[in-house]
Ligand binder design. Structure first.
Ligand code: MG
Length: 398
């Protein structure tokens, strides 16, 4: 039996994790499930996986959660203390799937508690990658890459020795605007930006996929996970989302990780701890798919990817700054306050501002969070000044 705790149990990765766990009840015990504020969704998940504890980050929903779990015998709680209690319950693997910078503290707490981390929270590596990996090394904690691209790379790495790797490539579907003109993107609504062609995910990551910022964040993630230099990491647009990552070897050989786009596959690979478990999907049928196509990413139409690459190259606190500005900009876009193309502008301004500060890479989670807060304030101020001047022409909201 492997004991598992799921952070971010009500999100899309959390739901896929619950599905894998309920398929293998003989193999997994679920120590705790943690959600944000949706009491009924968390209660449903807790019942489905027979969790031994359930916690919501939002303390005000603790009563609703308790009611929703009435009769199940599953104890529950709300607020920061309850989340920490969940993290500290004995478990071998913690699935870290809380989205955004909000996942930093609980993910780090799980790391400090010595758990193996099945890592879906990109921000732990993007905002505080050096601190996070140093801590993991010090504690001997295993980081299991759960993001589909990094999971594919991890699998491909099994084909050779780490010192023989010369480069890695991660693929991007290209998102809903892969072939769109800048004019079309300028008037894109949140609903259009969230219509992802191959994956079904939350709104923030959908927008990041539409701007290709998601791929930029994943390059930073790959840099920390696999220790490759920025110029050894590349992105390839691959609309079918079948090949997820490629490892290039010294002799010219390439090992690729393929799978249908179904998050249950990387989740099962992580939770299996070396064993391969049925994940619930069908077998990959390449003849039915017919063609796998690849294109270079267009950094002119997708400036967020270029900004992320620059932040990775420049190092220091630049990825932390990039991520904070992007979270503010995407929230403003989803709220109808700025247009789709303005997201990159907000991020670029923040990066220019940040570059002048020359901050070192955060050496702790606390330092990363302090930088994150300062950048958010700066970006919110900038957006408030903008909305004073009225909306840009041509902006529409969903
Ligand atoms: Mg991914």
């Amino acid at each position: 039996m492997t004991t598992v705790t799921v952070l971010g149990a009500t999100g899309s990765v959390g739901a896929s994790t619950a599905d894998v766990l309920s398929r293998h009840r003989d193999r997994f015990r679920v120590a705790a499930v943690v959600g944000g504020r949706d009491a009924s969704a968390l209660a449903r998940t807790a019942r489905a996986v027979r969790a031994e504890f359930a916690a919501l980050a939002d303390e005000r929903q603790a009563g609703a959660l308790k009611d929703a779990l009435a009769g199940t015998g599953i104890p529950s709680g709300g607020g920061e203390g309850a989340v920490l209690e969940a993290v500290n319950r004995p478990a071998e693997v913690v699935v870290a799937a809380i989205g955004g910078v909000a996942g930093l503290v609980p993910t780090h707490a799980a790391l400090k508690a010595g758990r193996s981390i099945a890592l879906a929270n990109k921000e732990s590596l993007v905002c505080a990658g050096e601190a996070f990996m140093t801590e993991a090394k010090r504690l001997g904690a295993r980081i299991l890459p759960l993001d589909s691209e990094h999971n594919a790379l991890q699998q491909a790495l099994g084909a050779g020795k780490t010192e023989d790797v010369v480069a890695m490539t991660i693929t991007a579907s290209g998102g809903p605007f892969r072939t769109a003109t800048r004019e079309k993107m300028a008037s894109a609504t949140p609903a259009e930006a969230c219509a992802h062609p191959t994956w079904s995910m939350g709104a923030k990551i959908n927008v990041d996929s539409a701007t290709l910022m998601n791929k930029g964040l994943e390059l930073v993630e790959a840099h920390h996970l696999f220790g490759l230099a920025p110029n050894q990491l590349d992105v390839l647009v691959h609309p079918q989302s079948i090949v997820h990552g490629l490892v290039h070897w010294r002799d010219g050989g390439v090992t690729a990780g393929l799978a249908v786009p179904d998050m249950r596959i990387p989740i099962a690979q992580c939770l299996g701890l070396g064993a391969r478990l049925p994940a619930g999907g069908g077998r990959l049928d390449l003849a039915a798919i017919g063609q796998l196509t690849f294109e270079r990413a267009d950094e002119e139409r997708f400036p967020c990817l270029a900004l992320a690459r620059a932040a990775l190259r420049d190092g220091g606190a630049m990825p932390t700054i990039l991520n904070a500005a992007n979270e503010v900009a995407v929230a403003a876009f989803l709220a109808g306050r700025i247009g789709f193309l303005e997201i990159a502008g907000v991020v670029e301004n923040a990066c220019r501002w940040g570059a002048a500060r020359n901050w070192k890479a955060p050496s702790s989670i606390e330092e990363a969070l302090a930088i994150d807060r300062e950048v958010r304030h700066r970006c919110s101020d900038e957006l408030a000044r903008r909305s004073f001047a009225g909306p840009e022409p041509g902006r529409r909201t969903a």
